[in-house]
Each structure stands twice: as C-alpha cells, then as structure tokens.
Unconditional design. Sequence first.
Length: 130
Amino acid sequence: MKDLIPAQAGELLKTIHSDLGSPKPYARDLCLLSTQVAGTSHVVGIEELEPFLREGDRLELIRVPGNPSDPNAIKVYTRDRVKLGYVPRKENPILARLMDGGKLLYAVLRGKQWQQDWLRLEIDIYLSDD
C-alpha cells in the first residue's frame, strides 16, 4: 500500500492543507461603510490642503480610545499624517471595536465638495483582508 502514494504526494498534501500564508485566490478588501468626514471645518489650513486631495486617495484611520468626548473616536488622516477630521460619532462604535480587536481599517476618498466654507469629504471605509 505504501508504494501506491509517492513520498512527494505526502508533502503536497501537507502543503495543500496547511496555512503557509499563501495568497487567497478570492481575497479582497471589504467596504463596510460610506460616510463623510466629520469636523473638517475645524482643521486649520483645510483650504490650502484641499487641492492636494484626490478621489481615490487612501486615507489612514487612527483609533483614539482616550478621547474624552468620544471613547469610540477614530481620526481620519492623509497618508502624510495630516489630520482631516473624524469618522462620525454615530457610525464609529462597531468600527472602533473592530480596530480594538486588531483589524486594519482604512478609508478611500470618494469625493469632495465645498459647501460655503465647509469642505465635505465623502469616504468609503474598508476592512483590509490581509
């Protein structure tokens, strides 16, 4: 019976059934939420920054658990670490729990529009599948 399965077949089966960090063939990041950035009117210099913000830009989300006014606070930054504002309070509890659990979340700028003196930044928030 031993002669029916070549030695290399055993190694192949171990490789197939083990998690060696190989790429997942259908893996992709999951869009969790479409929202806008809160607090952009409080960002000093937002007028000068706006021309450099492009649709499709990836934005960083940073958890701020010690925020006294919102224990679920999540800041939104550019890739160059310039603060744009926050994920809206009403939408951040589940996202904060995911981040506190070690999940990587990020945002993508979907659009921008001036409304008088307020810059409306529309974002999509993603859960990274890495």
